[in-house]
Design a protein around this ligand. Structure first.
Ligand code: FBP
Length: 553
């Protein structure tokens, strides 16, 4: 029996390139724009990047190719968390490289940046690449979170490249990985190593974007995958009429994922971490805000609802971040052993009470016991609280429950409250890339090779005009240093790509803000359904609501 599956069908999908890249290298030329400056701290960034700072923005267009023909040997790595479309960046890069000259070679270094340090690689050929076209995941070569940031590491990478004759590296990663790509490009330029470095913007979190990079790849597919599930949960909730669903969604510190899912599904509640920070909202205020929706809906006989909680929200609650800081201090060094040896939770609780300031202990004391234990028991290798592991969906539902008990006593609430919990994260990171991510990623990879062919280094592959059909997309490159500012990291000032948080005066948040009070009380759910790969372009090819609103659509 022949198995016919989406996987088989997707191998044959032909990703759409921007119009100007469609005729191949012979018909692609460069238009140089103005010299660039970093978004802030220009003098400092210029001093740190004397060889790669201030380069020109470039755009590709149709026209006589003027690049110098030479055999290209390129290395590529995937860095950080999985994001749908990573395979297609490599496929696009490979296709452009081979279409330009069959003798060109593409090395894939395995397991993320560590593959470059350990010289652990594969050499791609057609059969290898064809098995990964338009598929999700990073399993083609694997990924990892090793950071390439020291001079010693750079020297090793240079040796590895020299050994294989590699003259260009493509780093597919988020803001940190691309910051390090810029530092590596500067190192190679200073050494006269003759190795170019090009970055590609990846992360489902959506926090690598700015006036040049419209979105990171993977955000579209991941948010569509979560929105499908949230829509299904909404419909179940509306059918059964007996549960409140608390859904935490991934995204680290930024709330782009939660906001996009809210725009797609119109839940009753969606917290936005950046707003919590701006308004300095306390746990009690957030709880009250959710409980208002529960109580108002109950008053109309609707004892059900859906609340979205962004992964990083607790970090933004001022009193909670103080508590986390104090816990990290309390268990620093050998004090962790002392704590761990205490025989019972009661003994541990007394130790905690003694060690925290009264204000932080008050915050600690109102947390459900499961969360209290999580804060002290699940810690990272440095002994710090792992904020992303805190089950904030359970934290808020437990606090809402208590709040409703008080309202019941006061006679202001008469409903029933049965919460259920979900965490959506890993479900979306390796989904089959949507048509948008398949096309966008392939274009990013294809375009990265054009930047290499034209001799650029320290650039991010840039595809823009993304809310329009691919034919109208614009391909080019932007110096990474343009996106940088200085930030305090681990006690010293570092040049980094500025992370994008949700802007409270931006169109996506404003749209949400104008409607959320209605969504909180009424049932306005939208059910996006599964990602569609085949069918009309308006169903299959459109990207996120966030991007459409940002681009005034
Ligand atoms: P990147 O920043 O590397 O793209 O990863 C994003 C992310 O999926 C976050 O949303 C999440 O907090 C984190 O990775 C989870 O990391 P891990 O895969 O190590 O559990």
């Amino acid at each position: 029996m022949k198995i016919s599956s989406l996987q088989q069908a997707r191998y044959a999908y032909a990703p759409k390139l921007p119009g100007m890249l469609r005729n191949g290298i012979a018909d692609i030329c460069v238009k140089e724009g103005a010299e660039t400056k970093s978004v802030a701290d220009q003098d400092k960034i210029q001093a740190l990047f004397p060889n790669t700072y201030g380069k020109k923005e470039i755009t590709f267009q149709k026209g006589q190719n003027t690049s110098t023909a030479k055999k290209q040997v390129v290395g590529v790595i995937l860095s950080g968390g999985q994001a749908p479309g990573g395979h297609n960046v490599i496929c696009g890069l490979y296709d452009a490289l081979k279409a330009t000259d069959k003798e060109n070679v593409l090395y894939g270094f395995k397991g993320g940046p560590s593959g470059l340090l350990e010289d652990d690689f594969v050499v791609f050929d057609d059969a290898f690449i064809n098995a990964y076209r338009n598929t999700g995941g990073f399993d083609i070569i694997g990924s990892g979170r090793t950071k390439l940031e020291t001079q010693e590491q750079f020297a090793i990478v240079q040796d590895v490249c020299k050994k294989h004759g590699i003259t260009a590296l493509v780093i597919i990663g988020g803001d940190d990985s691309n910051t390090n790509a810029a530092v590596l490009a500067e190192y190679f330029a200073a050494q006269g190593a003759g190795i170019q470095v090009i970055g590609c913007p990846k992360t489902i979190d959506g926090d690598l974007k700015n006036e040049d990079i419209e979105c990171s790849f993977g955000f579209d597919t991941a948010t569509k995958t979560y929105s499908e599930i949230i829509g299904n949960i909404e419909r179940d909730s509306k059918s059964a009429k007996k549960y409140w669903h608390f859904v935490k969604v991934m995204g680290r510190s930024a709330s782009h994922v939660a906001l996009e899912c809210a725009l797609q599904t119109q839940p009753n509640v969606c917290l936005i971490s950046e707003e919590v920070a701006e308004k300095k909202m306390s746990l009690a205020q957030i709880t009250d805000y959710i409980a208002d929706s529960v109580a108002n809906r109950a008053a109309q006989g609707m004892n059900y609802g859906v609340a979205l909680i962004p992964e990083g929200v607790v970090e933004f609650v001022p009193e909670f971040s103080v508590l986390i800081h104090e816990i990290n201090e309390l268990l620093a060094g050998s004090k962790a052993d002392e704590f761990n040896q205490l025989p019972s939770w009661n003994d541990k609780y007394a130790f905690i009470k003694n060690g925290l300031t009264p204000a932080s202990f008050d915050v600690f004391a109102i947390l459900p016991q499961a969360i209290q234990q999580q804060l002290f028991l699940e810690r990272d290798p440095h002994g710090n609280v792992q904020v992303s592991l805190i089950e904030s969906e359970k934290l808020f539902s437990a606090m809402v429950k208590e709040n409703l008990v008080a309202r019941k006593k006061a006679g202001t609430y008469k409903g029933k409250f049965s919460p259920l919990h979900h965490f959506l994260g890993y479900e979306g990171r390796c989904a089959f890339p949507s048509n948008f991510d398949s096309d966008y990623c392939y274009s990013l990879g294809y375009n990265a090779f054009m930047l290499i062919q034209y001799g650029y280094t320290g650039y991010l592959s840039k595809i823009s005009n993304l809310s329009n059909p691919a034919e109208q997309w614009v391909a080019g490159g932007m110096p990474i240093t343009k996106m940088m500012n200085m930030e305090r990291r681990h006690g010293s000032d570092k040049p980094v790509i500025k992370k994008a948080l949700v802007e409270l005066d931006g169109a996506p948040f404003k749209y949400f803000e104008a409607r959320r009070d209605t969504w909180a009380v009424e049932t306005c759910y939208v059910y996006p359904g599964a990602i569609q790969y085949y069918g009309p372009a308006e169903v299959c090819d459109t990207t996120t609501v966030t991007l459409a609103l940002e681009q005034g659509k």
